[in-house]
Ligand binder design. Structure first.
Ligand code: GLN
Length: 476
C-alpha cells in the first residue's frame, strides 16, 4: 500500500492537475467504502467541502498556505470546534467541543482540510484500539488484526489512504506503535514541543500530540506548522521551530547512532530485528557510525510508566462525574449515587482498572512505596537517555516487540497488552522525541516500524535520519 504524500499531491495542485476539492471528495468516497474498518467516529462533509473550496481558491490565486488542501483526520481526544469530542468513551459520547485545539487551529490556518474525528482507545488507554466504546478498528493490512493504539483510527486512516495525514496523541507510544502496526510515519514530539491546549488529558506529564503521515517529509511539514509555544498551554516551551522539511535534507553522513543492547534482547520478533539490522547496514554504507550503548534501567520502564500514568489518569478523570458534563445516569436518589452510576456506566473496563490502580498508588501509605518511587525511577530512566546522548546523536531501536497482533488476542491479559509499550514507554518517561518509520514487511505481509529517538528538541535530526531510512525501504 503506497500512496503519494501530500508534498507530491501539492505539486499536482500547483500545476492545476488536481484540486483540494477533488481530493476531498475522493477521500469521502473512500471513507464510505472503508466503513467496515470502523476508523471514524464522526465525519464533517459539509465543513470539509467548504475548507476544500477555500483551498482551491488559494491555489488558483497562487497563494496557497503550507498545508493547503492536505486532508487530515483528528483523533477524537483532540478538540475541533463544533465537532464531537468523545475520547472513545461513553461518558463523552455526545459531547461537542466548543473550541479548536491550538494545533488544530494552526493546521486550519495553514490550509488543511479536516475530514473528521478518528476512533481510539478510551481516553487513550490501550495499545490495540479495542478499548473503544465505539468498537475496535480493523488494521487495513489485515482486517483480523488490530491497528495498534491508542491512536489506532488515525494510523489506519492514513494507511488505508483515506486521508493524507492525521493527528494522534502519544503518552506511552500511542502515535509510534499504531504507526508501526499500520506502516505509516508517526512522530512523538518532545514534551512541550506541541501545544496540548484542546487535548483531553490522560497523563499530563507525558501526553503529547503528534502527526501520522504517509512520508517523513509530510510529518516534518505538519510539525513545523503545529509546533511552538502557546500562551494557553503553560507546558509548551518557547524555543524556535526549525524548518524541519528543509533541514531534513541535509543528509546523515558522519552522524553517530547508538543501538541500546537492552532493546535488542529476548522478546523481540526476529523478523523485526532482521529488518533493523538490514537498515543499519545500509546506513553504515551511507556514512553513519554505529555503536552499542546500554540503557540499564530499561527493565523498570513499564512498571514506572503504569504507576505514573494511572496516578495522573485517576486525578485527570475525576472531572467526569455526570454533574457538569457528559453522560449522566438516570434515577440517582442523591448526588453520590449519581456520581457512582454515571462513572460506573460511563467508563469502560480498562479506564476503571486504571482509575483504581492510580487511586491506589496515590493513597496514604502506598504513595511512598509506589508513586514516589516511580518518580525516582523516572529520573534514572531519563538519566540513561541523557548519558547516552553524551556519546551519540540519535538512538535507533525497535518500536514494537511484534508486528500487529490479532483482534482479541491480548484482551484478557492486560499485562501482555502493557508489554506492547516496552520500547516506547522509556522515551515518553524521559520526554524525548521519537518517530516510527516503516522499514519493510514481515512474512505475513505486515508492516515493520523502526524507531529513531533524539535528545530533547532534536526533531530536526530525527527527520534527517528518517528521510534517509524511508528511501532505503524502497530498495530493501
Ligand atoms: N499503550 C499505552 C497505554 O495504554 C500508551 C497509551 C498512549 O500513549 N496514550 O497507556
Amino acid at each position: 500500500m503506497q500512496y503519494s504524500g501530500y508534498c507530491q499531491i501539492k505539486k499536482e495542485y500547483i500545476r492545476g492537475e488536481n484540486t483540494p476539492s477533488a481530493e476531498t471528495n475522493a477521500s469521502f468516497a473512500r471513507i464510505e467504502a472503508a466503513d467496515d474498518l470502523n476508523i471514524f467516529i464522526s465525519t464533517r462533509e459539509e465543513s470539509a467541502s467548504r475548507e476544500a473550496r477555500a483551498a482551491d481558491q488559494a491555489f488558483s490565486d497562487r497563494n496557497p498556505g503550507r498545508l493547503s488542501g492536505m486532508t487530515i483526520a483528528i483523533k477524537d481526544s483532540i478538540a475541533v470546534a463544533g465537532e464531537k469530542l468523545t475520547c472513545g468513551s461513553r461518558i463523552l459520547k455526545d459531547f461537542i467541543s466548543p473550541y479548536d485545539a491550538t494545533v488544530v487551529s494552526r493546521l486550519r490556518e495553514a490550509g488543511a482540510v479536516i475530514l473528521g474525528k478518528t476512533n481510539q482507545d478510551e481516553f487513550a488507554m490501550g495499545s490495540s484500539n479495542e478499548n473503544s466504546y465505539f468498537g475496535a478498528v480493523h488494521n487495513p493490512w489485515d482486517v483480523e488484526r488490530v491497528p495498534g493504539g491508542s491512536s489506532g483510527g488515525s494510523a489506519a486512516a492514513v494507511a488505508a489512504g483515506l486521508v493524507h495525514a492525521a493527528l494522534g496523541s502519544d503518552t506511552g507510544g500511542s502515535v509510534r506503535q499504531p504507526a508501526a502496526f499500520c506502516g505509516v510515519v508517526g512522530l512523538r514530539p518532545t514534551y512541550g514541543r506541541f501545544s496540548r491546549y484542546g487535548l483531553v488529558a490522560f497523563a499530563s506529564s507525558m501526553d503529547q500530540i503528534g502527526p501520522l503521515a504517509r512520508s517523513v517529509e509530510d510529518a516534518a511539514l505538519i510539525s513545523e506548522v503545529a509546533a511552538g509555544v502557546d500562551p494557553n498551554d503553560s507546558t509548551s516551551i518557547d524555543q524556535p521551530v526549525p524548518e524541519y522539511s528543509k533541514e531534513m535534507k541535509r543528509g546523515v553522513e558522519g552522524m553517530k547512532v547508538g543501538l541500546p543492547k537492552e532493546y535488542f534482547a529476548e522478546g523481540l520478533d526476529p523478523e523485526i530485528r532482521e529488518r533493523i539490522d538490514f537498515t543499519v547496514s545500509e546506513l553504515k554504507k551511507a556514512g553513519v557510525q554505529f555503536c552499542e550503548i546500554s540503557m540499564p534501567h530499561t527493565d523498570y520502564a513499564i512498571a514506572c510508566y503504569y504507576i505514573i500514568c494511572t496516578a495522573e489518569a485517576s486525578s485527570n478523570l475525576a472531572r467526569y462525574d455526570g454533574a457538569r458534563y457528559g453522560y449522566r445516569a438516570e434515577g440517582g436518589e442523591e448526588l453520590l449515587e449519581t456520581y457512582k452510576h454515571s462513572r460506573g456506566e460511563g467508563f469502560g473496563t480498562e479506564v476503571k482498572r486504571r482509575i483504581m490502580l492510580g487511586t491506589y498508588v496515590l493513597s496514604a501509605g502506598y504513595y511512598e512505596a509506589y508513586y514516589q518511587r516511580a518518580q525516582k525511577v523516572r529520573r534514572l530512566i531519563t538519566g540513561d537517555f541523557l548519558d547516552a546522548f553524551e556519546e551519540v546523536d540519535l538512538i535507533i531501536a525497535p518500536v514494537t516487540p511484534t508486528t500487529a497482533f490479532k483482534i482479541g488476542e491480548k484482551m484478557d491479559d492486560p499485562l501482555q497488552m502493557y508489554l506492547s509499550d516496552i520500547y516506547t514507554a522509556p522515551s515518553s518517561i524521559a520526554g524525548i522525541p521519537g518517530i516510527s518509520v516503516p522499514v519493510g514487511i514481515d512474512k505475513r505481509g505486515l508492516p515493520i516500524g523502526m524507531g529513531i529517538m533524539a535528545p530533547h528538541f532534536g526533531e530536526a535530526d530525527i527527520f534527517r535520519m528518517g528521510y534517509v531510512v524511508e528511501k532505503l525501504k524502497v530498495k530493501g
